[in-house]
Design a protein around this ligand. Structure first.
Ligand SMILES: C[S@@+](CC[C@H](N)C(=O)[O-])C[C@H]1O[C@@H](n2cnc3c(N)ncnc32)[C@H](O)[C@@H]1O
Length: 309
């Protein structure tokens, strides 16, 4: 393969014929919040309930998961009313079973949610205003000048540093998904950075990396590994809150229950203790708790604004 711009090579490697994500199960390669703890599905279920109430409980009420993997999040939502219509949006094949499945985002009246989708949306990489190209073996070279819109994005969102991961393709993919929400809420959860972080990075290679079986690897765009780059969260449409804050507003607690409960309700105590332990992992500011939730309400008040409930 001749060197091609990162965005094309990355796209073929993950989503082309026999691409990594069409072949592999994401959960075999990384531990997302979905896999880390059932508490995450409990929080998403609560959020969907708030949106359902705000919309006056329509029939059907949509819960759409973009980049749904094998439907793990939707399948683990507790106490789903029969009125709710659950749909996974994926480029990979349907896992079968009762979930709706689509390769594109349908119109949504309800909650559109995505966890760790956007970091896997391929982007352009620039160096000194030129497009960085890559060979099938992962060798980089410099191509032609970047497009005017890529340069404009870089000037606005990544003004310092010679190497830029241009978030424009993610901004556009997210805006298109949000555009499908007729009424309700759109939420994108991912790891990422904001302008202030990028300003401190200088010229060192930022975040593009490969990922395989739980470990970072050299990003070789031959379909052998995931390729990912952190998300420029502040250039996406929406309000940004941390996962720690969002889960707090949804009533997730990482503090252990009072010890006295063990005497009166030992089973209840143990169950709350287990939930608190997994909530700790989801809300830890040095890990999953630092992930960003980008929130866009459509025709309703933002249910994630408010005192921790
Ligand atoms: C890192 S996995 C996340 C899986 C799951 N959401 C989780 O949190 O465990 C990213 C998923 O996004 C999917 N994906 C990427 N681009 C997509 C697109 N344009 N439409 C639908 N799915 C997409 C990939 O196929 C992959 O399964």
């Amino acid at each position: 393969m001749h060197p091609t711009p990162w965005r094309e090579a990355w796209s073929d490697a993950l989503y082309g014929p026999d691409g990594f994500f069409l072949r592999e199960r994401p959960a075999d390669h990384f531990r997302t919040s979905v896999a880390a703890s059932p508490v995450f599905a409990t929080a998403v279920r609560r959020l969907a309930g708030l949106v359902d109430d705000a919309l006056g409980r329509p029939d059907p009420f949509d819960v759409v998961d973009v980049g749904a993997g094998r439907g793990e999040l939707l399948s683990s939502l507790p106490d789903v009313p029969v009125r709710w219509r659950l749909t996974g949006v994926e480029l990979a094949a349907s896992p079968g079973g009762p979930l709706g499945w689509s390769s594109s985002v349908p119109p949504v009246e309800g909650l559109l949610f995505s966890n760790e989708w956007l970091d896997d949306v391929p982007l352009d990489v620039l160096f000194d205003g030129r497009v960085v190209e890559v060979s099938a073996s992962g060798q980089e070279s410099l191509g032609g000048p970047a497009s005017a819109e890529a340069l404009e994005w870089a000037a606005r969102w990544w003004p310092q540093g010679r190497r830029v991961e241009v978030g424009l393709a993610r901004d556009q993919a997210w805006a298109a998904a949000v555009g499908q929400v007729r009424r309700g809420l759109a939420v994108a959860v991912d790891y990422g950075h904001v302008l202030g972080d990028r300003g401190t990075w200088g010229d060192r290679r930022p975040t593009l990396t490969g990922w395989l079986r739980g470990r970072p690897v050299h990003p070789v765009p031959d379909g052998s590994c995931d390729i990912t780059a952190h998300v420029a969260l502040d250039s996406l449409q929406g309000r940004l809150v941390s996962q720690q804050e969002a889960l707090g507003v949804l009533g997730i607690r990482s503090e252990p229950p009072p010890r006295s409960l063990a005497d009166t309700d030992p089973r209840g105590y143990l169950s709350l203790l287990a939930s608190a332990a997994s909530a700790t992992e989801l809300m830890d500011r040095r890990g999953l708790g630092a992930y960003g939730w980008v929130v866009v309400p459509v025709g309703i008040d933002d249910p994630l604004v408010g005192s921790p409930g």
